[in-house]
Design a protein around this ligand. Structure first.
Ligand SMILES: [Zn+2]
Length: 207
């Protein structure tokens, strides 16, 4: 006799998270013309606090590929699309200087590549993949204050979540047509939900 299937925590078929942490009620469909490709470090995929699932479900054109190392041919196939200018959302930093800026091609839609990893791991991904390092960069002018601090206090204070950085980049690329407000509002409620599930810190005089 065949027994019942092994019991697992029931997962939501759409967002693939445990039912108790389902994101779907938060999703606000957001229209935009930029293609977004997120290269997600495997450690981030397993993070309940990660913002990319909400981003992927909300954006009309967002692809998420999980990996730490990519074969050159496979990476090229992900990065380039006909009729699109590919840009890497990454600052011009001494450890990984940006290549010379290309001539502006006004009106050409962008394929925006976003690295979803801690700062240290995203830098390593960049340095280990010449095709990523060679991409023209898109740098955020001045990162907006993050809503994330409540749940990821260990991150650098000026480091915003992947969702916030991507939304800010889309606003830069597509202003004034792009409306960031519904997605940022949804992210605020996501952060509040995660914070509420975390055990409140024990009141103590110790640091
Ligand atoms: Zn769901």
């Amino acid at each position: 006799m065949i027994g019942p299937p092994t019991l697992r925590r029931a997962a939501c078929a759409r967002c693939l998270r445990p039912q108790a942490n389902c994101l779907c009620a938060l999703v606000r469909a957001t229209s935009h013309r930029t293609e977004v490709l997120v290269l997600q470090h495997p450690q981030e995929q397993r993070q309940a606090k990660n913002s990319v699932a909400l981003l992927r479900l909300s954006l009309a054109h967002c692809e998420v590929v999980v990996g730490e190392r990519f074969a050159p041919a496979a990476l090229q196939a992900l990065l380039q699309r006909p009729g699109r200018d590919t840009r890497l959302l990454y600052p011009d930093v001494p450890a990984a200087p940006a290549p010379p800026a290309p001539r502006a091609t006004a009106g050409v839609p962008v394929r925006l590549v976003v690295l979803d990893a801690t700062w240290r791991k995203s830098l390593r991904m960049l340095l280990e993949h010449p095709a990523l390092a060679a991409l023209p960069r898109l740098s955020l002018d001045a990162p907006a204050p993050t809503l994330y601090r409540a749940i990821r206090a260990a991150r650098q204070t000026d480091q915003v979540s992947t969702l916030e950085a991507t939304v800010q980049a889309l606003a830069m690329l597509e202003a004034p047509a792009f409306d960031a407000a519904p997605l940022l509002d949804a992210f605020g409620r996501f952060v509040a939900g995660v914070a509420a599930r975390q055990r409140p810190p024990v009141a103590s005089g110790l640091a």
